[in-house]
Design a protein around this ligand. Structure first.
Ligand SMILES: [Zn+2]
Length: 162
């Protein structure tokens, strides 16, 4: 299925994504740390637009392949992470910038301002290079990177706040 989003055009298999996300585990089943448990609850409160975007791709927002807390400020947690989905990128706008390059390696940086802003607090970008693939990963696989600012919603103390 062809999906256009911002500067990107995709060919996405929503059927494969549905199968994959049905069998994947919730983020809190894979890791019990506060950051992951908070993510799973906080995404219940994201806006209609964000939920619709995930629905278009048939991605379960509670099942990222990886999610982590970068920092917390005023009880808003800055999350990084990514989701896997089945399909190919037909046209892309790369938000990755190469900072330094030698003959053998390149260091790149994800420029949040060049990601797709679903809204100010939720940005996404896509790439073909996928991390943490396993035997269940959908193929061909693309990776949706996120930068999300989500509130602390657990009743316990926020250990990320300094
Ligand atoms: Zn965790």
């Amino acid at each position: 299925m062809r999906i256009t989003l911002g500067e990107y055009i995709f060919d996405i298999s929503t059927d494969e994504n549905e199968k994959y996300y049905k069998n994947e585990r919730y983020v809190s089943e894979g890791c019990e740390c506060d950051g992951c448990r908070n993510y799973e609850l906080a995404v219940e409160q994201v806006s209609y637009e964000i939920r619709e975007m995930f629905k278009r791709f048939s991605i379960d927002i509670k099942k990222p392949a990886e999610v982590y807390v970068n920092y917390s400020q005023n009880n808003i947690l800055c999350y990084g992470g990514f989701y896997h989905l089945c399909g190919t990128i037909i046209k892309r706008e790369s938000p990755w910038e190469i900072i330094s390059e030698t003959k053998n390696s390149a260091v790149s940086h994800l420029n949040e301002n060049r990601m797709i802003w679903l809204e100010k607090s939720f940005r996404i970008a896509f790439q073909e290079g996928c991390a943490l693939l396993n035997e269940n990963s959908p193929l061909p696989c693309i990776q949706m990177e996120i930068a999300a600012y989500l509130p602390w919603v657990l009743t316990k103390k926020n250990i990320y706040e300094c």
